[in-house]
Design a protein around this ligand. Structure first.
Ligand SMILES: NC(=O)c1ccc[n+]([C@@H]2O[C@H](COP(=O)([O-])OP(=O)(O)OC[C@H]3O[C@@H](n4cnc5c(N)ncnc54)[C@H](OP(=O)(O)O)[C@@H]3O)[C@@H](O)[C@H]2O)c1
Length: 315
């Protein structure tokens, strides 16, 4: 099968479009003909070698996590899926494997893809959409009327966070650059702040939830603009937030939390319902072919993507 993999850590030039053997599904796995993937920053952080202690030195490594595709074979213990089902999920980013014509997926993490969107759109949902949903619902305990601020509202996680928070009837402030102001407003944000013009941590407004999707603000900076029981959630581990994250486990008051997305099929089902009922729209900024994954990584590394970057994989 065709796949995009690297043989050593480094720049996007290490990514090779090559012929590799097709994976074999174990008894509890699905073999999926991948129709699309999407880029997440973790993909190029792994390729650059930032997570070598976890990813190791077993090469070649096929890049990518998010997938949307069609089941072609099922292991003998699989009961919930059959060949022909259209599924979406994300593979463990440490193992990768999504930027390929075929991938194996544990039955326990697969879910039926939303019917009203393309595979390229669906492949943008799993990591970014689950991060937004699980952060706001599980860590933030979001409720209607709560005041929520999304820092990085125009990025992959941000577009889902704004729309999921609005679907839950929260009052949403999105933070992005001036060029993305109308875009974020169009996602449903009640208020949009340009980070070059306004530092939200210096304003009088107080929030129940601050989701820092881009990791540019620490808990210490956000603390004064949190409500007394407010929650700061980051998508990135950082030394600055370590102490408040640890003490948040046992101290009451304002809390700092780290979200780590979980490929939970029932949450993928919730996202499917939100998408099929037009409450959430996956926005694809650019679409690349499988042979162009290196260019897609380079674009993601600019940090300027608006929504998701899709990889379309021809049948
Ligand atoms: N923990 C987890 O499970 C998890 C899951 C997903 C992602 N993540 C991490 O979360 C981060 C964001 O992921 P992503 O997929 O959303 O990234 P992304 O799509 O690459 O984010 C790009 C967006 O970031 C915005 N941005 C850049 N600088 C900003 C700033 N100073 N203030 C506000 N917005 C800014 C850009 O908007 P402008 O061009 O308008 O500046 C752009 O729209 C990554 O570091 C990723 O590794 C973690």
């Amino acid at each position: 099968m065709k796949a995009v993999a690297f043989d050593r850590y480094g720049s996007a030039e290490e990514l090779q479009y090559q012929e590799l053997s097709k994976p074999i599904a174990r008894s509890n796995e699905l073999l999926v003909r991948v129709r699309a993937s999407s880029i997440n920053p973790v993909d190029w952080k792994i390729r650059q070698g930032h997570l070598q202690l976890l990813t190791g030195f077993n090469f070649p490594k096929i890049v990518g996590s998010d997938i949307s595709g069609v089941v072609v074979e099922v292991g003998r213990e699989v009961t919930k899926f059959q060949p022909g089902d259209e599924v979406y999920t994300f593979l463990n980013p440490i193992a990768g494997g999504a930027c390929a014509e075929y991938a194996v997926v544990p039955e326990s993490s697969a879910a039926i893809k939303p019917k009203n969107i393309t595979h390229a759109e669906a492949a943008g949902v799993p990591i970014a959409g689950l991060t937004a949903l699980q952060a706001l619902r599980d860590l933030g305990e979001i409720q209607a009327e709560k005041k929520v601020l999304i820092n990085g509202a125009s990025g992959g996680v941000g577009i889902f966070a704004v729309q999921v928070a609005k679907a839950m009837n929260a009052e949403v402030t999105g933070v992005c650059s001036a060029k993305n102001r109308d875009f974020v407003k169009g996602l449903g944000a009640n208020l949009v702040l340009d980070y070059a013009e306004v530092d939200f941590t210096q304003q009088p407004e107080k929030y129940d939830i601050i989701l820092d999707a881009v990791g540019t603000k620490t808990f210490a900076e956000c603390e004064k603009v949190l409500q007394p029981e407010g929650v700061y959630i980051s998508t990135l581990p950082s030394f600055d937030n370590l102490a408040p994250m640890l003490t948040s486990w046992f101290l009451s008051g304002k809390k700092a939390k780290l979200i780590v997305a979980n490929a939970n099929p029932s949450d993928l089902g919730i996202l499917r319902e939100l998408i099929e009922s037009d409450k959430v729209e996956p926005i694809v900024d650019r679409t690349y072919s499988l042979a162009e994954v290196a260019a897609a990584h380079v674009y993601s590394e600019t940090g300027r993507a608006v929504g998701k970057i899709a990889i379309a994989i021809d049948s």
